[in-house]
Design a protein around this ligand. Sequence first.
Ligand code: FMN
Length: 206
Amino acid sequence: MAYKIAIIVGSLREGSINRKVARSICGLRNDNLDCSMIEIGDLPLYNQDLDSNPPPQWTRFREQVGAADGVLFCSPEYNRGIPGVLKNAIDVGSRPYGQSVFDKKPAAIVTASPGSIGGFGSNHQIRQAAVFLNMPVMQQPEAYLGHVSDDSFDESGCLKDGALKDIIKGLAHAFANWVDMIHRSRQLLAEDSAHRAQQPQAKEHA
Ligand SMILES: Cc1cc2nc3c(=O)[nH]c(=O)nc-3n(C[C@H](O)[C@H](O)[C@H](O)COP(=O)(O)O)c2cc1C
């Protein structure tokens, strides 16, 4: 069974390298990850006053993420931090209070940049929000992809063979395993507790 993965890209740019990296991750793992890119560019800025009558774009976004088994964040770094458009999407999905669509969903965070530190600052700001939102975030491999540029991809937007493609392959494999492990452990725990509930109460020994 393929797990449904919501991919949220923190760049609205047509030729975004992060979007291309996200596509490559899907392409390399399409046998057991069923990936969909979730658009965030049309989301009105989060305003708590609108929670009682949310804009349709918020509802669409919440439903799409809510239906996923896991979330992959692929983002640039803007001024050493998380791009505003992505932070807005995270805020929209996290509310109303108690109804976050991110809750318990396994996640991975990938940041790509032409710079040498690969969006480290942005990566950890996304991670901080994801941890707060109760998402089990894949710890390893970390993915601060530096020196990524248009040259890293061929004319069709696929990663060229080389070190970056190998890293992405490893990452896609690890993320598929991570999502599977989280979901299967939850299922085993649920089965175990259902099984225990069916057992006659153990007699207490004096
Ligand atoms: C407003 C702005 C701020 C940026 N700040 C950083 C930064 O802090 N660190 C970094 O590595 N690159 C920074 N960059 C360069 C981006 O990494 C580069 O434009 C990258 O291609 C954007 O990702 P994308 O191709 O997915 O849109 C910045 C770019 C913009 C437009």
